[in-house]
Write a protein that binds this ligand. Structure first.
Ligand code: AMP
Ligand code: MG
Length: 350
């Protein structure tokens, strides 16, 4: 299949491009499109044929459910069998935005979209291209990240093309995304709301709006936990670059010294080594490739650059990557969740 890549201006989505993309969606075809978090691979959420195409294109395990994207709150009441008060508060506070909520599903949602679950994940994205697609096509859009399953999520259209060229009919290129990590997922089907995936919207932000305690799924915190994460997708190795990635945690000076020593060891064995540094430490490393993820004080930049950097190391065919760790104050938990998964939980404390 030939993949058509259309350049679109997010501020001014041309009508011709919009109509062409909507036509693909109405025929159960797939369109990759930008959202504020990462690029999504969209198909009609209410048709199981479209969902099947998504799983096939990504090579995604069929028990890993899809998030349904909507453009107006009224769709929530069609998709969810029950909408608790907490969801009303959270949608008012954070939609459109990087928050996904889990509800009991209504009958119109096929099991093909929910990976066989009786619950459905719903989000209203904050991106003009995504919202226009949903509005104009008249489809609620199931859209996982538009990468090959297991690879880092795409934060630019070029990443989507690398993974899915020839496998999907259309990519809308609306430039690089703003946030760079996937939405926060909160489960509202239990008594105490529970975060199933950390993201840009933090536990504290959710608690402030809800006025009650929010828990974090124990299955996603402990690296050696035997607990199963409740979001099926969180159990898979994920976000991973091709090379072996190891995180080094501790005081800056000790981290730099340790990483440099590890790099020398690998290089002595004839291997090509990359380092993920910050603006503050970039000049202190000696490796084959040293990449800065941004200033340590700018956690938004760290989130935005993370996946792009992991993909760059793939291009350079390095054998090993060492990264500093980024437990920054606000979204550090979300960043470290992704990095830890990418590293298969290999961490050295110094
Ligand atoms: P992605 O769209 O690629 O960011 O992946 C969607 C994530 O949402 C995966 O980790 C899924 O396991 C999770 N998810 C989707 N639907 C549900 C659901 N009904 N219950 C729990 N987790 C879900
Ligand atoms: Mg994904």
């Amino acid at each position: 299949m030939e993949t058509k890549i259309l350049q679109v201006n997010p501020e001014q989505f041309g009508d011709e491009e919009l109509q062409e993309a909507c036509q693909v969606l109405r025929n159960d075809g797939l369109v990759a499109f930008p959202t504020e978090t990462v690029y999504g691979l969209g198909g009609n959420a209410l048709h199981k044929e479209a969902a099947n195409h998504i799983y096939a294109a990504k090579g995604r395990p069929s028990d890993n459910p899809l998030i349904v994207h909507i453009s107006e709150v009224k769709s929530l009441y069609e998709l969810a069998a029950d909408v608790p008060e907490a969801a009303k508060k959270l949608s008012e506070a954070f939609w459109p935005g990087p928050l996904t909520m889990i509800f009991p599903k209504s009958d119109i949602v096929p099991y093909g979209t929910t990976g066989g679950l009786d619950t459905v994940a719903i989000r209203m994205p904050n991106h003009p291209v995504a919202l226009a697609l949903i509005d104009e096509s008249g489809c609620m859009i199931a859209a996982p990240s538009a990468n090959t399953s297991g690879k880092p999520s795409p934060t630019e259209a070029g990443h989507v093309a690398l993974d899915l060229d020839g496998k999907i009919p259309m990519i809308l290129d609306g430039g690089p995304v703003g946030i760079g990590i996937e939405s926060t997922i909160i489960d509202l089907t239990e008594k105490v709301p529970m975060i199933l995936r950390p993201g840009y919207i933090t536990k504290e932000m959710l608690e402030e709006v809800l006025g009650e305690e929010v828990r974090i799924d124990p299955g996603i915190i402990a690296s050696d936990s035997t607990k199963k994460p409740k979001a099926p997708g969180m159990k898979y190795k994920h976000y991973a670059p091709k090379a072996d990635l190891v995180l080094v945690e501790g005081e800056q000076e000790a981290v730099v010294a340790k990483i440099n020593a590890l790099v020398r060891e690998k290089q002595a064995a004839g291997l090509k080594v990359g380092v993920v540094a910050t603006d503050e430490t970039e000049s202190l490393y000696q490796a084959d490739y040293v990449v800065t993820i941004g200033a340590r004080s700018d956690e938004d930049a760290i989130a935005r650059h993370l996946y792009k950097i992991l993909r760059e190391f793939d291009d350079w065919n390095v054998d090993a990557i060492y990264s500093e760790s980024f437990s920054t104050p606000r979204i550090g938990q979300a960043i470290m969740n992704r990095l830890m998964k990418a590293a298969g939980h290999q961490v050295i404390h110094v």
